[in-house]
Design a protein around this ligand. Structure first.
Ligand code: TAP
Length: 514
């Protein structure tokens, strides 16, 4: 178990400056962790204007890890002022695109060098299983920064054959320019990775940013800030303000000098952000909730479908935006499928996320755990059957058994609302047309999957599914190079892939007469 330390004065010397700030030392996972706990504004860790703090809780033990700053609208304003100054007057806009890419690459290298520490902090703060945190939470964050580092000097405009003003001639070309100060608001399920998915594209495009991590998982965002300092990012390019969505998030959405908000979170908050951003006509991109269907045909490679369906639902304790929210199984193999899934789930080791043999850790925080318990109760009230799990594990920590539920009727709360937890809902189907219709009968459209050996069926289903991502004979195969984002009320705008850069750029058309 971690031991909890006192404030320690930390001095970080970089080539150009020396920063002095508070950290808290924590021992966990055989490591001495050093946790920054203040806002990061203008290249310095600082207390908030109101001096308020709030605890961040370890979901495996329910103990306080550390107290961190709790910000205000004034703190956001300070961060925006720094970000604006860095964008308009600082070194950031003067360095070449290639040097910007090098800084991002350096940041990725530092993240990789510190991956054990980052993954341990993620595990303590979010309950992520350590082995997964190393590979996905941190590993994919490193890959994301490397991918966008490589794109920084490949942002190109076009030359366009407009009509000449005869007898003169005209040259028209476009420049792809950064937008300016960008606000990033991220959730708690992959705290560092959600920062990386947005910040890497945002910085590669040349913007400066003000980031608000989720209130319940602030710690890796602060380590990220510390690493930008070590990498040598100019002050004000990256700013982190901690605090509540209703205060700090709201202030970001409202701030007139922020020209774009990149948001990942729930659909209701996404709508509030879009409404708020309308007041100053900010550009927004929204990665929102999902209820992703996974369709298993009787002719699928059965063992693979069972294994992958388990991953599709239980990966990261179901706190995965693309988690398969509903599994449709062709009726002839339904019972066999349920049996096989339950047999796999039984073997999942639940416990301390830092233990290398654990595969299922605690849910992220108490409010979320309580919501999941209520969700299961609702499903049962609606007539569904819990065939496995559904109960709390132990009395300390927010551990929930991986749960398998059958007999979910279309149109019920369970069938239509996202759980965001380790709950597999299985329904039977008879025909392709029927299942496609049922799979699309949701306002969400984030991801989807289909398992079949029949190429025709696979392609027909892939054509018909209304979702930003379709997986065929696989699931969760997210790659930094592939665009990722929802349709319908799952939002708009892509993270990852070259398309993500568009979210953080604006086009200028320049016309010359000669
Ligand atoms: P939200 O409640 O939407 O929170 C997301 C972020 O928005 C948090 O930082 C939150 O701050 C902030 N926020 C809350 N109210 C705000 C407001 N009025 N103005 C501005 N910001 C505000 O979601 P959650 O509970 O953290 O995450 C679960 C949901 O996120 C699920 O629906 C899930 O599907 C979705 N999600 C989607 C994806 C993708 S990629 N589509 C990925 C992860 C999660 P606090 O710190 O106060 O909470």
């Amino acid at each position: 178990a971690p031991t909890y330390g006192d404030f320690v004065k930390t001095v970080l010397k970089t080539k150009s400056s020396a920063a002095e700030y508070k950290t808290v030392k924590v021992r966990a996972n055989g490591l001495e962790l050093s946790l920054p706990v203040q806002h990061f504004i203008g290249g310095r860790f600082v207390d908030g204007s109101e001096g308020k703090t709030r605890p961040t809780i370890n979901p495996a033990t329910e103990e306080v890890i550390v107290d961190v700053a709790d910000g205000s609208a004034a703190d956001v304003d300070g961060a925006v002022t720094s970000a604006k100054d860095a964008f308009e007057n600082g070194e950031w806009r003067k360095i070449s695109a290639r040097d910007r890419g090098k800084l991002l690459m350096k940041l990725a290298d530092l993240m990789e060098q510190n991956k054990e520490e980052l993954a341990t902090i993620e595990s303590l703060d979010s309950g992520a299983v350590y082995t997964l945190a190393v590979k996905t939470h941190v590993g994919m964050s490193v890959d994301t920064f490397r991918y966008f580092a490589g794109l920084a000097d490949k942002i190109e405009g076009r030359t366009i054959p407009i009509n000449d003003s005869r007898p003169s001639k005209n040259l028209c070309f476009t420049r792809r320019e950064p937008i300016g100060v960008v606000g990033l608001i991220v959730p708690w399920n992959y705290p560092l990775m959600m920062v990386a998915w947005k910040a890497a594209a945002c910085l590669a495009a040349g913007n400066t940013l003000v980031l608000k991590p989720a209130e319940v998982t602030p710690l890796t965002a602060l380590k990220f800030a510390e690493l930008t300092l070590k990498a040598g990012f100019p002050p004000g390019v990256v700013n982190v303000v901690l605090g509540a969505g209703s205060v700090v998030g709201n202030a970001i959405t409202d701030h007139p000098s922020i020209r774009k908000v990149g948001f990942t979170g729930s659909t209701p908050v996404g709508k509030m952000i879009m409404g708020g951003a309308a007041k100053t006509l900010k550009k927004v991109s929204l990665e929102l909730g999902g209820k992703s269907p996974l369709i298993v045909f009787a002719d699928a490679d059965f063992d693979r479908a069972v294994r992958q369906a388990g991953q599709a639902v239980f990966f990261n304790k179901g706190e995965n935006c693309i988690a398969a929210g509903r599994v449709f199984v062709e009726s002839s193999v339904h019972d066999k499928f349920v049996e096989a899934v339950v047999s796999d789930v039984r073997k999942m080791k639940i416990g301390d996320p830092l233990d290398r043999t654990t595969v299922h850790g605690p849910q992220n925080h108490k409010a979320h755990f309580d919501k999941l318990v209520a969700y299961i109760e609702t499903a049962v009230k609606e007539g569904a059957t819990v065939v496995y799990g559904g109960k709390r594990v132990g009395t300390r920590g927010f551990f929930l058994e991986p749960t398998v539920i059958t007999g979910v009727e279309d149109g019920t709360v369970a069938a239509t609302e996202e759980s965001f937890g380790p709950i597999m809902l299985i329904s039977k189907f008879e025909t392709l047309d029927e299942v496609l219709k049922r799979a699309n009968a949701t306002e969400y459209g984030l991801a989807s999957g289909v398992f079949t050996k029949d190429l025709n069926k696979a392609l027909k289903v892939a054509d018909g599914l209304q979702a930003g991502t379709v997986y065929v004979n696989t699931y969760n195969k997210t790659d930094v190079a592939a665009p990722f984002g929802g349709w319908k009320q799952s939002g708009f705008g892509k993270d990852l892939g070259q398309e993500a850069l568009d979210e953080y750029l604006r086009t200028k058309a320049v016309t010359v007469e000669y």
